[in-house]
Ligand binder design. Structure first.
Ligand code: ADP
Length: 499
């Protein structure tokens, strides 16, 4: 997959004025761009804080060492921009300066106006783009390393460090664990791994995982969630649980499944009533898949600067891929996509953000399984519900009578298993119609606390009935919106999570 090269040539040919290569691996990007310019007989001028050089026609002429704005003005004055690609490496340090913005804009306008055939190529880790440049700028990313690339890097590392190569099996495991990381990150992690004992051992696999977790934490957009919950903690939702168990089996033996022709599981959208176990299911899924759970905080992702949210989304995707195999839990998905298709700046950002996300979902072939949860499905764009994005969309309704019995039992078993035989679950189920899972948990908690307060030796059915009387159920509190939601789900004919 040489998407970066292909896109770079395509965008240059189309005369797009500013290409922003969002990367921490500037030297690698520069090398590729130089090669492409050579192939296409295009002159290259490079500017960085270290100086400016004109490499056109194989020469190497040092230009006066000065700031970016002055260099650009000089090139305009000298009429030295035609058939050129300008590689700008430290531009992000001065992208908040009016003189830099203005000079870049003048050149960009010259390009779109047809004054010269030139491309401004900014290579930097993405910073918020000045609004004035947004319309001129297209963002590009380097291609992720393939397993073969990673293998080469690891072998190169082993050779240059002069260490013993690990067994083939271990080497393969190390390579899989390093997927999604950049060359520099791989080198850093490997250096750290061999620093203690001078070799690569199976112990280093957990070091690699730890380093990946560091990257997640540093991002500030994703959170690593510790999971205790299992499928047995979920009362009801049998269809959804069965479906997830099956995907978990595939996930755990993915190589075999793929060889057989099975598709890699992409993800599931779980929509429905609040407090009915959607988040609980996301956590239990990670446990069933036996992989880490990453939670994407949509609130934190939505930045206030132009391009910031998209940059964050790309970064979140990158980190998720780097952490794979994993489950990515996108909580309250509808919040991110509120305002899609509408007018105004905010919705434009959301629409683009949404586009990035959809493309990723569509093309994803990594072992990152997405569990998206949403309370309001009507706030989601229809494209998201279309087949091919998620493997399946489930609707979680208020628990049925049998499910209520199960949920009550789970929460009593967790806290007072010794009282279970005393409880008349049928009676409780009859009295809790319209209660959601969280309500039922609340009732159990309340009954236990009250029994303790009144110095009773155990809890009884009556204690729980008393707590039920004191609780307003979800359907009482949100009657109208629940009816409305039910209609929408029925119209969309979504698969029910319960059987
Ligand atoms: P949602 O994400 O659907 O709004 P949650 O999964 O956060 O709801 O539910 C809140 C809490 O209510 C859970 O942590 C759990 O203790 C309890 N709960 C909800 N649904 C169930 C269920 N089906 N089985 C067991 N407990 C449940």
């Amino acid at each position: 997959m040489k998407t970066f090269r292909k896109n770079f040539v395509r965008y240059t040919d189309a005369g797009l004025p500013i290409l922003y290569v969002d990367t921490f691996e500037g030297d690698k990007a520069k090398k590729i761009i130089r090669e492409l310019c050579k192939e296409h007989r295009r002159g290259v001028i490079e500017w960085s804080l270290a100086g400016a050089f004109d490499f056109t026609d194989g020469q190497n002429i040092a230009l006066p060492k000065t700031d970016l704005a002055s260099t650009l003005r000089l090139l305009i004055d000298d009429d030295n921009l035609d058939n050129k690609t300008l590689i700008l490496q430290d531009a992000h340090f001065s992208l908040d300066k009016p003189e830099t913005i203005s000079a870049l804009k003048v050149v960009a306008q010259g390009i779109t106006g047809g004054n010269y055939d030139c491309t401004l190529c900014i290579i930097s880790p993405l910073v918020p783009l000045p609004k004035e440049l947004e319309n001129y700028t297209t963002i590009l990313e380097l291609d992720p390393l393939t397993e073969k690339n990673i293998e080469e890097i690891v072998n190169d590392f082993i050779k240059t460090q002069g260490i013993d190569p690990p067994e083939k099996d271990l080497l393969n495991k190390i390579i899989t664990r390093l997927k999604g990381l950049s060359q520099t990150e791989i080198y850093n992690i490997l250096s750290l791994a061999v620093s203690e004992d001078g070799m690569l051992t199976s112990r280093d696999l957990s070091n690699i995982l730890e380093q990946k977790q560091q990257i997640v934490r540093k991002s500030g957009i994703l959170e690593m969630v510790r999971v205790k919950e299992t499928m047995n903690d979920i009362g009801g939702l049998e269809n959804l649980k069965d479906w997830l168990r099956r995907k978990a089996e595939i996930f755990k033996q993915i190589k075999k499944a793929q060889d057989f022709g099975v598709d890699i599981p992409k993800g599931v959208l779980i929509a429905g009533m609040p407090g009915c176990g959607k988040s609980l299911t996301a956590k239990a899924a990670a446990k069933a898949f036996d992989v880490p759970l990453l939670r994407l905080d949509m609130g934190r992702l939505m930045g206030k600067y132009v391009g910031e949210s998209e940059g964050n989304m790309r970064r979140a995707i990158k980190i998720t891929e780097a952490s794979s195999p994993c489950v990515l839990w996108i909580d309250e998905l509808e919040k991110a996509f509120a305002g899609i298709g509408g007018n105004g700046g905010g919705s434009e950002v959301t629409t683009r953000l949404f586009g990035n996300f959809l493309t990723w979902m569509q093309e994803k072939d990594s072992l990152a399984f997405v569990v998206a949860t949403a309370n309001k499905i009507n706030a989601l764009p229809p494209e998201l519900l279309r087949k091919g994005r998620f493997d399946e969309t489930f609707y979680v309704d208020l628990p049925t009578r049998t499910e209520r019995k199960k949920i009550l039992e789970i929460h009593i078993r967790k806290r007072r298993p010794q009282d279970l035989s005393r409880i008349d679950f049928d009676k409780l189920a009859d009295k809790t119609g319209g209660y959601c899972g969280a309500d039922l948990e609340g009732v159990v908690r309340e009954a236990i606390e009250s029994a303790f307060f009144h110095k009773k030796p155990a809890i009884t059915t009556d204690d729980i009935i008393e707590a039920i009387k004191n609780t307003h159920s979800l359907s009482e509190v949100m009657k109208d919106s629940i009816d409305g939601m039910k209609k929408i789900y029925e119209n969309l004919k979504l698969k029910s999570a319960s059987n």
